[in-house]
Design a binder for this molecule. Structure first.
Ligand SMILES: *[C@@H]1O[C@H](CO)[C@@H](O)[C@H](O)[C@H]1NC(C)=O
Ligand SMILES: *[C@@H]1O[C@H](CO)[C@@H](O)[C@H](O)[C@H]1NC(C)=O
Ligand SMILES: *[C@@H]1O[C@H](CO)[C@@H](O)[C@H](O)[C@H]1NC(C)=O
Ligand SMILES: *[C@@H]1O[C@H](CO)[C@@H](O)[C@H](O)[C@H]1NC(C)=O
Ligand SMILES: *[C@@H]1O[C@H](CO)[C@@H](O)[C@H](O)[C@H]1NC(C)=O
Ligand SMILES: *[C@@H]1O[C@H](CO)[C@@H](O)[C@H](O)[C@H]1NC(C)=O
Ligand SMILES: *[C@@H]1O[C@H](CO)[C@@H](O)[C@H](O)[C@H]1NC(C)=O
Length: 494
């Protein structure tokens, strides 16, 4: 037991950096009111936001959290009644903190306009994203609180302050408990930021805004090989933590209550808490797979639907799942799993059975409708390429640097391929990334285009989708149609 507590210490203290993603449609989704999703957009081939919004509605999801105020996304949310948390990226905090006129402009351009003209149901403005992560080395330490105040003031001045609240999504690394007493009740805000955290939480309490925290049981497991695996899930453990007579059987509750205690010690015991990010990745690590993700969500969604809450905060909980879609352009500095957090694949297909209403039904979410793929063709390595080992290795490295090869890694979905298999995977990713441009499937004659699908049950060789951003910019609608018309005319005339 003592031994277990030591391990428990580690995960409760754990800090990690990450991140950085309506009206009820049918009766069975009625219980989803408190459930939202993070809609991140760091992908090379974005799905049309209108298709995404339709997908959210088809699944009864009525809340989204964004990481910016992208006009395309915002416009798509117009008139839908989906509650939206809009975000200000960290790199704007400095200017917003020192220049109130800029803060006003930000609100007017990115909030007021969408709220009134487009009827986007904006509820929160997230000022920065996890700005106090230890890995940022205090970069945003002086700008975050002034930026928060300027944004709320600008909202108030715009007449929206009672409807829209400014807050700061924070990682669970802003609080911890001492090594020698790693229980929730010993929790307090991190000593190096305690003063500023106390100011922020009093301000949030004053404005009526919630505290937004990101909690990742997966990362507790990822970072600590001794972490008792059952403690990351919700169906019991033989190594619970006992804290002042309260029994904790999962790290999510323990971590959440550590925040509750920290708030109490800061003098705001009743501050509302929202979980801004929570989820489980499906590839890129030995614990990041479909079985574990399914187990995690199954337990978590039952808990949310049941309004169990935590020992210190029983009752309903507002949570945003992370994330909606896999994002192939996220940094993999935190780990190879980082691009694989989606409930849906890159092309909008649900990955596993999941019942958002928390009744454990064995059903899939409704996928994206109307996503168009490029032709069914792949780029693979030629058999004779094996003899050119040096060139082949270099080409794999090059292709992988330019695209996403996280599936090839240890204990990932495409691990264990041969050298030629690795090459095919890398070449195909590169080819698809470049919209199947024939020039992207050459690699000095090592590669060839095929219509034979190299995928296996376990390892998917994807075919990319027609990127909506390209469609918009280059006019996949416009130019080819014109070409078609001209050639038609030509044929008619000749
Ligand atoms: C929001 O408003 C600011 C200030 O007007 C502007 O610089 C920024 O580009 C706008 N859009 C987004 C997506 O942040
Ligand atoms: C924040 O302010 C403190 C006190 O004025 C100063 O010492 C520190 O260098 C500042 N940090 C940053 C990152 O600007
Ligand atoms: C926090 O907000 C509540 C509700 O508005 C209020 O009753 C309470 O006094 C506030 N606490 C502090 C410490 O300001
Ligand atoms: C929880 O469920 C998983 C499978 O869903 C099972 O493998 C595990 O043994 C269960 N743990 C407990 C403590 O019941
Ligand atoms: C549901 O809530 C009840 C009472 O709050 C509790 O006893 C039960 O264990 C909960 N079930 C789940 C699956 O969380
Ligand atoms: C990880 O990969 C090794 C080697 O392929 C394999 O023996 C092991 O079972 C894998 N573990 C998991 C959890 O997938
Ligand atoms: C394939 O690529 C993975 C990931 O880079 C690597 O670990 C593995 O050793 C490679 N396999 C071969 C046979 O080169």
């Amino acid at each position: 037991m003592a031994n277990c507590i030591v391990h428990v210490t580690f995960f409760l203290l754990t800090c990690y950096c990450l991140s950085a993603a309506s009206v009820p449609q049918n009766a069975h989704t009625a219980g989803l009111g408190q459930l939202g999703v993070n809609w991140g957009t760091m992908t090379s081939h974005p799905i049309n936001p209108t298709i995404i919004v339709d997908m959210l509605r088809a699944n009864g999801i009525r809340k989204v959290k964004l990481f910016d105020a992208n006009p395309w996304t915002m416009t798509a949310l117009g008139g839908t009644h989906i509650e939206t948390m809009v975000a200000i990226p960290n790199d704007q905090l400095s200017q917003i903190s020192t220049d109130y006129n800029y803060a006003k402009k930000w609100i007017s351009n990115n909030i007021t306009r969408y709220y009134y003209d487009h009827k986007v149901k904006i509820r929160y403005v997230a000022v920065g994203n996890e700005p106090f992560l230890k890995s940022y080395n205090n970069l945003y330490i002086n700008s975050t609180f002034p930026a928060l105040r300027n944004i709320q003031k600008a909202l108030d001045e715009a007449g929206l302050g009672t409807v829209i609240k400014a807050t700061v999504p924070l990682n669970a690394d802003v609080y911890n408990s001492p090594n020698n007493n790693p229980v929730p009740s010993a929790g307090e805000f991190r000593v190096d930021i305690r003063q500023i955290m106390h100011k922020i939480v009093h301000y949030l309490n004053h404005t009526g805004a919630p505290f937004v925290v990101n909690i990742y049981p997966f990362l507790s497991l990822y970072q600590n090989p001794h972490f008792p695996i059952d403690f990351a899930f919700f169906n019991g453990t033989n190594k619970p933590i006992i804290d002042k007579g309260v029994k904790y059987t999962n790290v999510f509750d323990a971590n959440f209550d550590m925040l509750v205690w920290s708030l109490k010690k800061a003098g705001v015991p009743n501050l509302k808490i929202i979980v801004g990010e929570v989820g489980w990745p499906t590839d890129g690590d030995k614990n990041a797979n479909i079985q574990n993700a399914r187990r995690f969500y199954d337990g978590f969604l039952r808990k949310i639907a049941n309004k169990t809450g935590t020992p210190k905060r029983p009752g309903g909980m507002e949570v945003y799942l992370f994330g909606l879609i896999d994002e192939n352009q996220k940094s993999i500095l935190p780990g190879n799993f980082e691009r694989n957090w989606g409930l849906f694949t890159y092309d909008g297909r649900p990955k596993f059975a999941m019942d958002l209403t928390g009744t454990g039904k064995d059903q899939y979410l409704v996928g994206a409708k109307g996503v168009e793929h490029l032709p069914a063709q792949w780029c693979v390595s030629k058999k004779e390429a094996e003899e050119r080992y040096y060139e082949l290795s270099n080409s794999i490295n090059y292709a992988c640097q330019m695209t996403d090869c996280t599936a090839l890694g240890y204990n990932s979905s495409c691990n264990g391929l041969s050298l030629l298999g690795n090459a095919s995977y890398a070449f195909n990713m590169y080819f698809q990334m470049h919209d199947q441009d024939v020039r992207a499937c050459n690699f000095n004659g090592l590669a060839i285009i095929t219509e034979e699908n190299p995928s296996t049950d376990k390892c998917l060789f994807p075919v990319q989708i027609i990127s909506e951003s390209q469609r918009k910019e280059a006019g996949v609608y416009g130019v080819p149609l014109l070409v078609l018309l001209i050639s038609l005319l030509y044929h008619l005339l000749v």
